[in-house]
Design a protein around this ligand. Structure first.
Ligand code: FMN
Length: 136
């Protein structure tokens, strides 16, 4: 089945996971890139990333339109920020309809929040999905 991995990564952990999944030839990778990337400074990333997630922002992305018709399976990948998914995923989920796809959620995190994040997604949607998460 054709699979797209649609993901955001600020510091490379989710990118590493996505690339690993992408070693399968039926898999295409789409890394979401905000027009204005978040800073990676030790404090500034928590300040600006935390603010953005708290306010439910939908940052503009630089990605060309993704033709989802081509894919039966979507792997949606995000780092956990403040117990939830990252703002670039908000933009993606707002801009695209993903109904009718098999959804697999995956997240990287420092140890907390993925279960809550996935539960929140489940509550918000009628998706049927599997998930796994990876602590990095
Ligand atoms: C703004 C911000 C908030 C975060 N909040 C959490 C959190 O609630 N729980 C957690 O386990 N890790 C949290 N982290 C850590 C990241 O989820 C973790 O380092 C992740 O692997 C980063 O993925 P990336 O390298 O693809 O950006 C946070 C990181 C940032 C920048």
């Amino acid at each position: 089945m054709n699979t797209a991995v649609i993901y955001y990564s600020l510091e490379g952990n989710m990118d590493l996971v996505a690339r690993k999944i992408g070693e399968n030839e039926a898999v295409d990778l789409f890394r979401l890139i905000p027009q204005k990337e978040y800073p990676t400074g030790k404090i500034s990333k928590y300040f600006w990333g935390g603010k953005s997630v708290t306010f439910g922002e939908r940052p503009k992305l630089t990605n060309p339109t993704i033709d989802l018709d081509h894919y039966e399976v979507l792997v949606i990948g995000t780092p956990i920020w403040a117990g939830t998914w990252t703002p670039p995923l908000n933009t993606f989920l707002h801009d695209y309809s993903i109904t009718g796809k098999k959804i697999i959620l995956t997240a990287t995190h420092l140890g907390g929040g993925a279960d809550k994040c996935f539960e929140k997604m489940k509550d918000k949607s009628q998706w049927k999905y599997d998930y796994w998460h990876i602590s990095v």
